[in-house]
Design a protein around this ligand. Structure first.
Ligand code: ADP
Ligand code: RBF
Ligand code: MG
Length: 205
Protein backbone atom coordinates (compact mmCIF):
# COMPACT_ATOMS: atom_id res chain seq x y z
CA UNK A 1 0.00 0.00 0.00
CA UNK A 2 1.17 3.55 -0.64
CA UNK A 3 2.26 5.60 2.37
CA UNK A 4 -0.32 8.20 3.23
CA UNK A 5 1.00 11.68 3.66
CA UNK A 6 1.96 14.59 1.49
CA UNK A 7 3.89 13.90 -1.70
CA UNK A 8 6.71 16.08 -3.07
CA UNK A 9 5.52 18.73 -5.54
CA UNK A 10 8.54 18.50 -7.84
CA UNK A 11 11.32 16.00 -8.48
CA UNK A 12 14.96 16.86 -8.99
CA UNK A 13 17.13 19.95 -8.78
CA UNK A 14 16.61 23.34 -10.41
CA UNK A 15 19.93 22.79 -12.18
CA UNK A 16 18.48 19.94 -14.27
CA UNK A 17 18.51 16.14 -14.47
CA UNK A 18 21.40 14.19 -12.93
CA UNK A 19 22.99 10.80 -13.66
CA UNK A 20 21.82 8.21 -14.60
CA UNK A 21 19.31 10.37 -16.48
CA UNK A 22 18.43 10.79 -19.25
CA UNK A 23 17.59 7.13 -19.69
CA UNK A 24 16.35 6.48 -23.19
CA UNK A 25 14.40 3.84 -24.96
CA UNK A 26 12.79 3.54 -28.33
CA UNK A 27 10.27 1.23 -29.89
CA UNK A 28 7.02 0.74 -31.72
CA UNK A 29 3.81 1.17 -29.76
CA UNK A 30 2.22 -2.25 -29.24
CA UNK A 31 -1.05 -3.45 -27.75
CA UNK A 32 -0.94 -3.63 -23.97
CA UNK A 33 -2.91 -5.60 -21.43
CA UNK A 34 -6.24 -4.49 -22.84
CA UNK A 35 -7.47 -3.44 -19.43
CA UNK A 36 -9.20 -0.47 -20.91
CA UNK A 37 -6.95 2.06 -19.26
CA UNK A 38 -8.62 4.43 -21.71
CA UNK A 39 -11.85 3.91 -19.82
CA UNK A 40 -10.02 5.08 -16.72
CA UNK A 41 -8.97 8.20 -18.62
CA UNK A 42 -5.35 7.09 -18.51
CA UNK A 43 -4.38 5.38 -21.78
CA UNK A 44 -0.83 4.05 -21.80
CA UNK A 45 1.23 3.42 -24.90
CA UNK A 46 3.08 0.14 -24.33
CA UNK A 47 6.51 -0.39 -25.80
CA UNK A 48 8.56 -3.62 -25.77
CA UNK A 49 11.31 -3.73 -23.14
CA UNK A 50 13.55 -6.30 -24.82
CA UNK A 51 16.80 -4.83 -26.14
CA UNK A 52 16.79 -2.00 -23.61
CA UNK A 53 20.15 -2.30 -21.85
CA UNK A 54 19.30 -0.50 -18.60
CA UNK A 55 15.82 -1.90 -18.06
CA UNK A 56 16.82 -4.85 -15.84
CA UNK A 57 18.67 -2.70 -13.35
CA UNK A 58 16.23 0.21 -13.33
CA UNK A 59 14.08 0.22 -10.20
CA UNK A 60 10.41 -0.49 -10.82
CA UNK A 61 8.29 2.58 -10.43
CA UNK A 62 6.90 5.73 -11.95
CA UNK A 63 9.11 7.99 -14.07
CA UNK A 64 8.64 11.22 -16.00
CA UNK A 65 10.21 12.85 -19.01
CA UNK A 66 9.61 13.48 -22.69
CA UNK A 67 8.15 11.30 -25.41
CA UNK A 68 8.79 11.81 -29.10
CA UNK A 69 6.20 10.13 -31.31
CA UNK A 70 6.35 9.73 -35.06
CA UNK A 71 2.73 10.14 -36.10
CA UNK A 72 1.65 8.76 -39.48
CA UNK A 73 0.83 11.31 -42.21
CA UNK A 74 -2.88 10.56 -41.78
CA UNK A 75 -2.90 11.35 -38.05
CA UNK A 76 -5.22 14.29 -37.21
CA UNK A 77 -2.96 15.58 -34.41
CA UNK A 78 -0.16 16.37 -36.86
CA UNK A 79 -1.78 19.71 -37.47
CA UNK A 80 -1.58 20.54 -33.76
CA UNK A 81 1.39 22.63 -32.61
CA UNK A 82 4.54 20.43 -32.72
CA UNK A 83 5.24 20.69 -28.99
CA UNK A 84 2.61 21.76 -26.52
CA UNK A 85 4.22 23.26 -23.42
CA UNK A 86 4.12 21.01 -20.35
CA UNK A 87 2.47 23.47 -18.00
CA UNK A 88 -0.26 26.03 -18.07
CA UNK A 89 0.55 29.38 -19.60
CA UNK A 90 0.37 30.90 -16.13
CA UNK A 91 3.22 28.71 -14.94
CA UNK A 92 5.11 29.06 -18.22
CA UNK A 93 5.14 32.62 -19.46
CA UNK A 94 5.35 32.84 -23.20
CA UNK A 95 9.11 33.19 -23.39
CA UNK A 96 9.91 29.74 -24.75
CA UNK A 97 11.88 29.43 -27.94
CA UNK A 98 9.77 28.19 -30.81
CA UNK A 99 9.11 24.49 -30.73
CA UNK A 100 11.06 23.99 -33.94
CA UNK A 101 14.24 24.62 -31.95
CA UNK A 102 13.22 21.66 -29.77
CA UNK A 103 12.22 19.25 -32.51
CA UNK A 104 14.61 19.53 -35.46
CA UNK A 105 12.94 20.62 -38.67
CA UNK A 106 13.57 17.36 -40.54
CA UNK A 107 12.01 15.42 -37.67
CA UNK A 108 8.92 17.60 -37.67
CA UNK A 109 8.67 16.98 -41.41
CA UNK A 110 8.87 13.25 -40.75
CA UNK A 111 5.94 13.47 -38.33
CA UNK A 112 7.79 13.59 -35.01
CA UNK A 113 6.15 15.50 -32.17
CA UNK A 114 7.36 15.96 -28.62
CA UNK A 115 5.18 15.63 -25.52
CA UNK A 116 5.63 15.49 -21.76
CA UNK A 117 4.94 12.05 -20.32
CA UNK A 118 4.68 9.92 -17.17
CA UNK A 119 5.41 6.23 -17.32
CA UNK A 120 5.38 3.09 -15.28
CA UNK A 121 8.08 0.44 -15.44
CA UNK A 122 7.49 -2.76 -13.55
CA UNK A 123 4.90 -5.32 -12.62
CA UNK A 124 1.82 -3.23 -11.77
CA UNK A 125 1.33 -4.82 -8.31
CA UNK A 126 -2.31 -3.74 -8.32
CA UNK A 127 -2.83 -6.06 -11.31
CA UNK A 128 -0.14 -8.60 -10.37
CA UNK A 129 1.54 -8.76 -13.77
CA UNK A 130 4.08 -11.52 -14.22
CA UNK A 131 6.07 -9.73 -16.91
CA UNK A 132 7.86 -6.45 -16.56
CA UNK A 133 6.28 -3.76 -18.69
CA UNK A 134 6.97 -0.20 -19.77
CA UNK A 135 3.95 1.97 -20.49
CA UNK A 136 3.79 5.65 -21.23
CA UNK A 137 0.92 8.00 -20.54
CA UNK A 138 1.44 10.96 -22.86
CA UNK A 139 0.27 14.30 -21.51
CA UNK A 140 -1.72 15.23 -24.58
CA UNK A 141 -5.29 14.57 -25.59
CA UNK A 142 -5.06 12.66 -28.86
CA UNK A 143 -8.00 12.54 -31.22
CA UNK A 144 -6.85 9.18 -32.60
CA UNK A 145 -4.72 6.16 -31.53
CA UNK A 146 -1.12 5.77 -32.64
CA UNK A 147 -0.51 2.02 -32.39
CA UNK A 148 2.50 0.99 -34.48
CA UNK A 149 4.12 4.43 -34.30
CA UNK A 150 7.75 4.79 -33.39
CA UNK A 151 8.15 6.29 -29.93
CA UNK A 152 11.39 7.66 -28.42
CA UNK A 153 11.40 8.06 -24.66
CA UNK A 154 13.72 10.17 -22.59
CA UNK A 155 13.31 9.63 -18.88
CA UNK A 156 14.55 12.50 -16.73
CA UNK A 157 13.57 11.44 -13.23
CA UNK A 158 11.95 8.99 -10.83
CA UNK A 159 8.72 9.90 -9.08
CA UNK A 160 7.88 6.95 -6.80
CA UNK A 161 7.82 3.16 -6.44
CA UNK A 162 4.86 1.15 -7.71
CA UNK A 163 2.28 0.32 -5.09
CA UNK A 164 -0.63 -1.99 -4.61
CA UNK A 165 -3.90 -0.14 -3.94
CA UNK A 166 -7.15 -0.88 -2.14
CA UNK A 167 -9.14 0.11 -5.22
CA UNK A 168 -8.73 1.47 -8.72
CA UNK A 169 -9.85 4.96 -7.64
CA UNK A 170 -6.85 5.25 -5.31
CA UNK A 171 -4.53 4.17 -8.14
CA UNK A 172 -6.03 6.80 -10.45
CA UNK A 173 -5.72 9.47 -7.78
CA UNK A 174 -2.01 8.77 -7.37
CA UNK A 175 -1.48 8.80 -11.15
CA UNK A 176 -3.19 12.19 -11.29
CA UNK A 177 -0.72 13.44 -8.71
CA UNK A 178 2.14 11.92 -10.76
CA UNK A 179 0.92 13.95 -13.74
CA UNK A 180 0.91 17.19 -11.74
CA UNK A 181 4.39 16.46 -10.36
CA UNK A 182 5.67 15.72 -13.88
CA UNK A 183 4.19 18.91 -15.36
CA UNK A 184 5.68 21.05 -12.61
CA UNK A 185 9.04 19.31 -12.84
CA UNK A 186 9.27 19.50 -16.65
CA UNK A 187 8.07 23.11 -16.64
CA UNK A 188 11.34 24.27 -15.08
CA UNK A 189 13.86 25.97 -17.29
CA UNK A 190 16.56 23.30 -17.20
CA UNK A 191 14.16 20.39 -17.73
CA UNK A 192 12.44 21.04 -20.98
CA UNK A 193 12.28 23.63 -23.58
CA UNK A 194 15.50 25.37 -22.77
CA UNK A 195 17.08 21.94 -22.52
CA UNK A 196 16.64 22.20 -26.32
CA UNK A 197 15.27 18.72 -26.66
CA UNK A 198 18.77 17.35 -26.35
CA UNK A 199 17.29 14.78 -23.97
CA UNK A 200 15.68 13.17 -26.92
CA UNK A 201 17.52 14.02 -30.08
CA UNK A 202 21.03 14.37 -28.70
CA UNK A 203 24.16 12.26 -28.98
CA UNK A 204 23.56 8.80 -30.37
CA UNK A 205 22.10 9.77 -33.76
P1 ADP B 1 -3.48 -1.03 -24.46
O1 ADP B 1 -3.86 -2.02 -23.41
O2 ADP B 1 -3.50 -1.60 -25.84
O3 ADP B 1 -2.15 -0.37 -24.16
P2 ADP B 1 -4.75 1.44 -23.60
O4 ADP B 1 -6.16 1.53 -23.13
O5 ADP B 1 -3.65 1.56 -22.59
O6 ADP B 1 -4.62 0.09 -24.42
O7 ADP B 1 -4.59 2.53 -24.72
C1 ADP B 1 -3.31 2.77 -25.26
C2 ADP B 1 -3.34 3.33 -26.67
O8 ADP B 1 -4.13 4.53 -26.70
C3 ADP B 1 -1.96 3.75 -27.11
O9 ADP B 1 -1.26 2.68 -27.73
C4 ADP B 1 -2.23 4.89 -28.07
O10 ADP B 1 -2.38 4.40 -29.39
C5 ADP B 1 -3.56 5.47 -27.60
N1 ADP B 1 -3.48 6.74 -26.84
C6 ADP B 1 -4.36 7.77 -27.02
N2 ADP B 1 -4.06 8.80 -26.20
C7 ADP B 1 -2.96 8.42 -25.49
C8 ADP B 1 -2.18 9.09 -24.47
N3 ADP B 1 -2.47 10.34 -24.06
N4 ADP B 1 -1.13 8.42 -23.95
C9 ADP B 1 -0.84 7.17 -24.36
N5 ADP B 1 -1.53 6.50 -25.30
C10 ADP B 1 -2.60 7.11 -25.88
N1 RBF C 1 0.14 0.11 -11.45
C1 RBF C 1 0.25 -0.36 -10.19
O1 RBF C 1 -0.10 -1.49 -9.91
N2 RBF C 1 0.78 0.43 -9.19
C2 RBF C 1 1.19 1.71 -9.41
O2 RBF C 1 1.66 2.37 -8.49
C3 RBF C 1 1.06 2.24 -10.75
N3 RBF C 1 1.43 3.51 -11.04
C4 RBF C 1 1.30 3.98 -12.31
C5 RBF C 1 1.69 5.29 -12.60
C6 RBF C 1 1.57 5.80 -13.88
C7 RBF C 1 1.99 7.20 -14.17
C8 RBF C 1 1.03 4.97 -14.91
C9 RBF C 1 0.87 5.50 -16.30
C10 RBF C 1 0.65 3.68 -14.63
C11 RBF C 1 0.77 3.16 -13.33
N4 RBF C 1 0.39 1.86 -13.03
C12 RBF C 1 0.52 1.38 -11.75
C13 RBF C 1 0.01 0.93 -14.10
C14 RBF C 1 -1.44 0.77 -14.32
O3 RBF C 1 -1.87 -0.27 -13.50
C15 RBF C 1 -1.59 0.41 -15.81
O4 RBF C 1 -1.32 1.54 -16.57
C16 RBF C 1 -2.93 -0.13 -16.15
O5 RBF C 1 -3.13 -1.30 -15.46
C17 RBF C 1 -3.04 -0.44 -17.64
O6 RBF C 1 -2.14 -1.43 -18.04
MG1 MG D 1 -1.61 0.48 -22.31
Amino acid sequence: MPPNGPRPEVIGLETGPEAPYPLRMKGKVVSGFGRGSKDLGIPTANIPVDNVSWIETAPSGVYFGWAGIQLPPSHPDLSAPPSPPPSTSAARPDTSPSSTTVVPHDRVEAGWRLFPMVMSIGYNPFYKNTVRSAEVHVLHKFSKDFYGSEMAISILGYIRPEFDYVDVESLIKDIETDIEVAKRSLGREKWGWEGEGKWLWGEEE
